[in-house]
Design a protein around this ligand. Structure first.
Ligand code: BDR
Ligand code: CA
Length: 322
């Protein structure tokens, strides 16, 4: 996983850890919601809560974007990125390697197509790896990205500006490198989910929280182990800050994990994605659907909708309340 942990990144990591079908083999962090170092410490903190801190390598990646300006989102995710909670961790566990070496050494231990990449932050690390060795991404079965806003499932084109989604806004240059690479056959498959989908199909509000509490209660009544309470409790503490501040909240990054684990829950369209890198529309993502002149090399698939909100919802709760 490549993350800028972040409240929704944290919950996405928890969901991946709870999946019986996913094994996280490494997490790299990037400057985005918070600095790359803060994101790495937050990641270690989440892994510690989940009993995995010394089992999954965590590495601080790019501390600045390839594009010029550094942007963070402390007003959304809290000063340090995890709302108003601060988790204990052991910073000495941070890997000292560079992201490219880490990725290539890690991939060397697996068969081609056995590893996938889920990216829930700006695409700086991924773009740098591609620039270093464009062939490396062929070893991945797929790349699943939360980024952009395409106005497909709903007429949403941005959150940080009316025209741009945060991850792509932070580093449009990196995002464009990844998109160009995918449309020219550099990957086996790239799944992207934009804000227009994530905002429409999952909202955290008081009802979401009370459902977490109810499930927790039911588990306890059924004699669930002490640990079965841990995930809903941590998720509720993470969400307290944005809910108090905004009244409701979204979890876009959860969709990136879902596209890996349950791609059948989505409808996708193949096409090309471009990102504007100047002016008022900085970071704006444009999707051009491929209809006639099909470019066989293009492996970019943009999520256009979630097939069933109900099924998606029960998938999310099954991971958060197991
Ligand atoms: C994206 O921006 C970040 O603030 C979230 O973590 C998510 O990755 C949504 O635009
Ligand atoms: Ca994120």
């Amino acid at each position: 996983m490549d993350v800028d942990t972040g409240l929704d990144d944290a919950i996405a990591i928890i969901m991946a850890l709870r999946s019986p079908e996913i094994e996280i083999i490494g997490i790299t962090t990037v400057s985005g919601n918070v600095t790359a170092r803060a994101a790495a410490l937050n990641t270690l903190g989440i892994l510690r809560v989940m009993g995995k801190e010394s089992k999954i390598p965590v590495l601080r990646g790019a501390s600045r974007p390839l594009s010029k300006k550094i942007v963070h989102a402390e007003e959304v995710h809290g000063k340090k990125g995890l709302g108003n909670i601060s988790l204990q961790c052991n910073p000495a566990l941070l890997q000292k390697r560079d992201v490219y070496n880490f990725v290539s050494e890690t991939l060397a231990n697996y068969r081609k197509g056995e590893v996938a990449l889920v990216a829930t932050g700006p695409l700086t690390n991924i773009a740098r790896v591609i620039l270093e060795d464009p062939g490396i991404t062929h070893s991945l079965s797929r790349i699943c990205i939360m980024g952009g806003a395409f106005g497909l499932a709903s007429k949403i084109y941005g959150n940080i500006t009316p025209h741009a989604e945060f991850n792509f806004y932070c580093d449009p240059k990196a995002a464009q490198i990844v998109m160009t690479h995918a449309s020219s056959g550099g990957v086996r498959r790239l799944n992207i989910v934009g804000l227009d989908v994530t905002d429409k199909y999952l909202t955290v509000d008081d009802e979401f929280i009370s459902r977490l509490s109810n499930r927790q209660c039911k588990k306890r009544k059924k004699g669930g182990s002490k640990n079965s309470d841990k995930v809903p409790t941590i998720v509720k503490s993470l969400l307290r800050y944005p809910l108090t501040k905004f009244g409701k909240f979204d979890l876009p990054d959860v969709f990136a994990v879902a596209m890996l684990e349950r791609p059948e829950l989505f409808r996708f369209k193949r096409g090309k994605v471009d990102i504007i890198q100047s002016g008022i529309s900085w970071g704006h993502s444009r999707f051009v659907r491929e209809s006639h002149n099909i470019n066989e090399h293009n492996k970019t698939f943009v999520a256009t909708e979630v097939k069933s909100k109900k099924v998606f919802d029960s998938y999310v709760f099954s991971r958060l309340c197991k």
